[in-house]
Design a protein around this ligand. Structure first.
Ligand code: PEP
Ligand code: MN
Length: 355
């Protein structure tokens, strides 16, 4: 994939690239007041949802076409670039007609290849930056599929937005961050800029600052934050929007670590990690050899592979041992589970062998 920079003229490439604006455009006054507040704080990219995909009917479903005219006014008055979410061919056409500068595809759209293809077809021959949110479910391939569809339409200025993943069991987050998924996406497509959407991950104002910091610590390129001139009165996502002043405060507190600096000490530490990883692999190989020997013994003595008291005992002992070594119980259990599953697989192969 050969991508081009999503940076529009005049946008500072320094991390984080910030996109901010209300979840939804609600009225001309609300849009303009928020935009003025953000522009005064130096924000250059404005967001506002015009068509809102709501979980249930009857909620505020966006203002539709008139909202595009308000975004046009934002552009004229503040000079900010404007962006909105598109989910259908008609949305794309209306947004392009109104001179919207950047489009994003929402999480509920990314899950649907038909919808993404429809958007891709509507974008054929157009040169506009497009940001693709992760699908609501934690499926990296589906996310990559959407990126490929948009790329296939000839769009070269592509970025992605990590907005967390839906889960049945909602605790701290509205959408679980599952950072390893965008990290794996970065490994597979290193040139793809990644934005973090702390509003939709956290679902709460107080989580915006720590999530922005985590995204910066993971070398994300940008942030897309919901900001409203009067968050408490917002018609959608009220609990996860902050005022332009609070956004400015949050951004100023961010610690941006230097990416390019690879010091001598760091490379020495990395060498240590390389050699520890080698030792870990050798130990794992050795453990599997012993497991296979146990498999042979069990087969010769007509014993079953699974002996759950033994597995429970291993889990118990190792996790308390891990605790004394500053390893979290969860981490130790997860690793032992994987190792145990592989041992069982190896022993099953032995049991199934002839003779
Ligand atoms: C939004 O950005 O307002 C939105 C609807 O987000 P998501 O697609 O991440 O739910
Ligand atoms: Mn929202």
């Amino acid at each position: 994939m050969k991508l081009e920079s999503i940076l529009l003229p005049g946008i500072d490439p320094k991390r984080p690239i910030v996109i901010a604006g209300p979840c939804s455009a609600e009225s001309e006054e609300q849009v303009l007041e928020t935009a003025r507040g953000l522009a005064a704080k130096g924000v250059k990219l404005f967001r506002a949802g015009i068509w809102k995909p709501r979980t249930k009917p009857g909620g505020f479903e966006g203002v539709g076409l008139p909202g595009l005219q308000w975004l046009k006014k934002v552009k004229e008055e503040t000079g900010m670039y404007v962006s909105t979410e598109v989910a259908t061919k008609a949305h794309v056409e209306a947004a392009l007609e109104a001179g919207i500068d950047l489009l994003w595809i929402g999480a509920r759209t990314t899950v649907n290849p038909f919808a993404v293809q429809e958007i891709a077809d509507a974008l054929k021959g157009i040169d506009i930056p497009v940001l693709i949110k992760n699908p609501v479910n934690p499926d990296l391939e589906l996310w990559i599929g959407a990126i490929e569809r948009i790329y296939g339409a000839g769009i070269r200025r592509i970025g992605v937005i990590h907005r967390g993943f839906s889960s049945y069991d909602k605790k701290m987050y509205r959408n679980l961050p599952l950072w390893h998924i965008p990290i794996e996406l970065r490994r597979r497509m290193p040139q793809l800029p990644i934005f973090c959407d702390p509003s939709h991950i956290g679902g709460k104002r107080e989580l915006i600052a720590p999530l922005c910091q985590q995204a910066m610590d993971l070398s994300f390129d940008g942030l897309i934050v919901e900001s409203h001139c009067n968050p408490d009165c917002a018609l959608s996502d009220a609990s996860q929007q902050i005022t332009p002043d609070v956004l400015d405060y949050v951004l100023n507190l961010l610690v941006i670590r230097n990416e390019t600096q690879t010091t001598e000490n760091l490379s020495q530490l990395r060498n240590q990690i390389d050699s520890i990883d080698e030792q870990l692999l050798e130990l794992l190989a050795k453990r599997m050899r012993v497991s296979r020997e146990i498999g042979i013994y069990k087969k010769e003595h007509n014993m079953p592979i699974l002996q759950s008291p033994r597995y429970s005992e291993i889990l118990e002992k190792r996790s308390s041992m891990g605790q004394s070594m500053e390893l979290s119980t969860e981490f130790v259990k997860e690793i032992l589970k994987e190792i145990h599953e592989e041992s069982v697989r190896q022993q099953m192969i032995i049991m199934n062998q002839q003779g």
